[in-house]
Ligand binder design. Structure first.
Ligand code: ADP
Ligand code: MG
Length: 264
């Protein structure tokens, strides 16, 4: 698949082929401008490929009749949650997407309540979104995507605006979704998130430069370095220990975490 923005000299994405399976968590990495956000926007039909095809559960994003099916199958959480707040209170904001899909009021109520519960925002239905913390705003954005009942979620650096607490909150939500079978395409710079994914894909200048397991990526700091990813040397030890059957989690990327895993 190839994408050239109108008027652009070179393709933003070229020769990219990628499938996200239901329940699979794919971490997408790459330097600024490598095409990560472009790839996300192609996955829910916000952008259409210049060449090639993008399909969602067999539906082609070029098919005009399927636009709304696709938008409801593939939730999209942008980098800055402020950009996607549309309601004056929390519950209105979450209801906006499914309302546009024509969901009847009774079901709408259930969807909004379920989505807010899933992200831990129950009780804040009448709160004005701008009064929420950054972590709560990001979880609100995820609730808005969830209310569409998606099979997949595109997350464009959802932690970029968050502190440690906010990150842990959002991470827990993503883990719960994945265990419910939602496929995740997670754009991130955080190696801890890459380590926990099922698969890691690295983009460079619009092409797939790596597609494999997090262990293969993080276990080879030189290779990762060549791909423009700064992996701590301890990651090699973690990968080697895992390779020899030690129960060290892939996200143990410093000495303390490795020791904790071995002597717990
Ligand atoms: N709307 C746009 N119009 C023209 N070029 C764009 C647009 N959005 C992104 N680009 C270009 O496409 C390339 C990939 O951008 P993007 O997908 O945003 O990368 P990333 O998310 O990895 O930082 C960059 O060269 C960027 O300048
Ligand atoms: Mg981007």
């Amino acid at each position: 698949m190839r994408l050239v923005y109108p008027g652009a000299g070179r393709a933003a994405l070229d020769g990219v082929s990628l499938t996200v399976a239901p329940g699979q968590a794919v971490a997408l990495l790459g330097p600024n401008g490598s095409g990560k956000s472009t790839l996300a926007r192609l996955c829910n039909g916000l952008l259409l490929p210049t060449d090639g095809r993008v399909t969602v559960d067999g539906m082609d994003t070029r098919d005009d009749d399927r636009v709304w099916d696709i938008r409801s199958r593939v939730g999209y959480v942008q980098q800055n949650p402020e950009n996607q707040i549309v309601g004056t209170v929390v519950e209105e904001d979450v209801a906006f997407g499914p309302e546009n899909l024509g969901i009847p009021p009774a079901e709408l109520r259930t969807r909004v309540d379920d989505a807010l519960r899933a992200v831990g925002l129950s009780g804040l239905e009448r709160r004005e979104p701008h009064l929420l913390s950054e972590g709560q705003k990001q979880r609100l954005a995820i609730a808005g995507a969830l209310a569409l009942g998606p099979g997949y979620l595109l997350l464009d650096e959802p932690f970029a605006m968050l502190d440690g607490v906010g990150r842990d909150e959002v991470r827990a939500v993503l883990e719960a979704l994945r265990s419910r079978g939602v496929g995740l395409l997670h754009i991130t710079h955080h190696l801890a998130d890459v380590a926990e994914a099922d698969r890691a894909v690295v983009l460079r200048e619009g092409r797939v430069a790596f597609d494999g397991t997090p262990d293969d990526l993080l276990g080879s700091p030189e290779h990762a370095g060549e791909l423009g990813i700064d992996v701590p040397p301890e990651a090699r030890l973690t990968a080697a220990l895992r390779g020899r059957g030690f129960d060290v989690p892939p996200g143990a990327l410093d000495a303390e975490a490795i020791l904790d895993a071995l002597w717990r």
